[in-house]
Design a protein around this ligand. Structure first.
Ligand SMILES: *Cc1c(COP(=O)(O)O)cnc(C)c1O
Length: 221
């Protein structure tokens, strides 16, 4: 568990076989290496192994870590996978390449404004709270269609897909199916779902992007 490089090879292998088992190609599935909390010393081995797609959940933490790593690996693709406050939108648009957590109108408007100002039309995901958990971010499933329409047609955002974090104590596949259904009826191709505990299941249910932290870097301190 402690060698990130070996963990990376194992996770990629598991994605490959999960894809194969459901008649998919692993080439359709991005591994987002979730490096939150981990320092550059843990992240560098994964970069050295050739991996380039990473996820962070806090803007400020990412700002502290990634400029130096990017100087050495300019082709890194950084996903924001945590809640975004509107006062951090400017920094987030400047730093990240993909924003996965768009879930309310005020944020969507601010993102549209800031992307225009910076000339950066970043791909975004709409986060859906598939379990309707009060403490969790994301639009409710029944509000998703209208919100996607607002983002895409009203604000001109480049909505590429949907993202969800299923409730910890429920069968994730039901949530993956729900997310897939909402994406399909809205003509969205990408599904960001699945974490260390369930990414193989997510692949079986159509994930195009899995967000894996612990299985790559070990337990977070
Ligand atoms: C931390 C985090 C992950 C990774 O979780 P692991 O269980 O460590 O793989 C995935 N997605 C989001 C949104 C996260 O915050």
């Amino acid at each position: 568990m402690s060698d990130p490089k070996q963990n990376l090879a194992e996770v990629l292998e598991k994605i490959e076989s999960a894809a194969k088992n459901s008649g998919r190609s692993a080439a359709e599935i991005d591994l987002v290496a979730v490096s939150k909390v981990h320092g550059a010393d843990r992240i560098r081995p994964i970069l050295e192994a050739g991996h380039r797609v990473f996820g962070e959940n806090r803007v400020q933490e990412a700002q502290e870590k990634w400029p130096a790593l990017r100087a050495d690996y300019p082709d890194v693709i950084l996903h924001l996978i945590g809640p975004l406050q509107t006062n951090k939108v400017r920094d987030a648009v400047a730093l990240f390449d993909v924003i996965e957590t768009v879930d309310r109108e005020k944020l969507a408007r601010k993102l549209a404004e800031e992307m225009k100002a910076q000339g950066r039309a970043l791909p975004i995901y709409v986060q859906v709270n598939t379990g309707a958990e009060p403490q969790k971010a994301g639009v409710l499933p029944e509000e998703a269609d209208a919100f996607i329409k607002l983002c895409r047609d009203g604000l001109g955002l480049n909505v590429v897909g949907l993202m969800a974090i299923p409730p910890a104590d429920e069968e994730p596949s039901l949530h993956f199916m729900l997310l897939e259904k909402i994406a399909k009826r809205n003509g969205l191709a990408k599904l960001s779902m699945g974490m260390s505990g369930d990414y193989e299941v997510a692949v079986a249910f159509g994930a195009t992007s899995v967000r894996v932290g612990t299985a790559l870097f070990g337990a977070r301190p």
